[in-house]
Design a protein around this ligand. Structure first.
Ligand code: ZN
Length: 62
């Protein structure tokens, strides 16, 4: 499952679809931009990646 995370380039502000609906995210991002003038970016994250499957492959065996 993919979740969309939107975040601020200028401060620690962020909102994930885990916590907000997509429409809520849009409103929150616009509110933050209007209130602060900060730049909002968005990124897609695969749920459970890379946290799952990492432990067994680490440390790398070479
Ligand atoms: Zn900000």
């Amino acid at each position: 499952m993919t979740r969309l995370v939107i975040y601020c380039m200028d401060c620690e502000w962020s909102a994930s679809t885990e916590d907000h609906s997509r429409s809520d995210q849009s409103v929150l991002a616009i509110d933050h931009h209007v209130a602060t003038g900060h730049t909002i970016e968005s990124t897609r994250r695969e749920r459970g990646e890379p946290a799952e499957g990492w432990a067994e492959e680490w440390p790398p065996t070479e």
